[in-house]
Each structure stands twice: as structure tokens, then as C-alpha cells.
Design a binder for this molecule. Structure first.
Ligand code: ZN
Length: 135
């Protein structure tokens, strides 16, 4: 396993790029809208991981509600796994509370599932399996 990316909730990707790309010097590699989750995504590689900027498409989306409640900031940590179905089954067997019992499509054709922050001590954890793995 490795940290695939850090998800950061922002009000505006364009505004956030002034820091992450222009000032810090990361490269913007990929942008995408994940309609399912009501979010525009920008990916900036850093080492073997990435920063994922999350801009809500409206106030009534998960990230929109997160920003309204807590302000912009770290939204989730994404851990890359080889077999997301097996990992979810393991967590479920261990009694961990899951948001997604079955994986759903995420950015870049990945399969993703979220673990409830209750089980991970206040941190929203995303599990991600790369497109083409398993399945
Ligand atoms: Zn993510």
C-alpha cells in the first residue's frame, strides 16, 4: 500500500493553483469532473504521491457541504490498494464502519470506496484501486 493522494477541498481550483502550481512549483497533470461526486478534480504529482484539489460543483455536494461546515483544507487521504474488494471485505470483517460497502467509479477510471471517519479516528480514508487491476 502507499498514499495515492491527499485530497484537499478548495473553493476554486484556479485560485488554489496560484499556490500549489505557481508558488510551490508542482505540475498540473490532470483535471476531470467526477459528476457522480459533484466535484472538479485537479491532480498534481508530488514524489510518488499526488495532491488532489477538490472543487465542488455546487453547495449541495459532499465537498460543498464539507467546505461550508469546516472551511477549505485536508478532506481525505487516499490509500492505493491492489484489490479493493478484498480490502473492503477485510475491513468489514474487522467491524470497521464503511461509507461505501461496494466500490464506485472515481477519477482516472479508478475504483474507489470511502471508510467512515469514525473507524479511522476522524480522518476520511479513500481506498483506490487503479484501473485495470483485478476486476
Ligand atoms: Zn481522492
Amino acid at each position: 500500500m502507499k498514499i495515492d493522494h491527499l485530497g484537499i477541498a478548495v473553493e476554486s481550483i484556479e485560485e488554489a493553483l496560484a499556490f500549489y502550481r505557481d508558488a510551490l512549483g508542482l505540475t498540473l497533470k490532470h483535471t476531470e469532473t467526477v459528476a457522480d461526486q459533484g466535484v472538479n478534480v485537479a491532480m498534481l504529482p508530488i514524489g510518488e504521491s499526488r495532491v488532489e484539489l477538490l472543487e465542488p460543483t455546487g453547495p449541495d455536494t459532499p465537498v460543498g457541504k464539507f467546505i461550508a461546515k469546516r472551511g477549505p483544507g485536508i478532506h481525505h487521504i487516499c490509500i492505493a490498494v491492489d484489490d479493493i474488494h478484498a480490502k473492503l471485505a477485510e475491513l468489514k470483517a474487522a467491524g470497521v464502519q464503511l461509507i461505501d460497502e461496494t466500490p464506485r467509479p472515481g477519477a482516472e477510471g479508478c475504483l474507489v470506496a470511502f471508510v467512515h471517519p469514525k473507524g479511522s479516528k476522524g480522518v476520511l480514508i479513500e481506498l483506490s484501486q487503479k484501473a485495470g487491476h483485478g476486476e
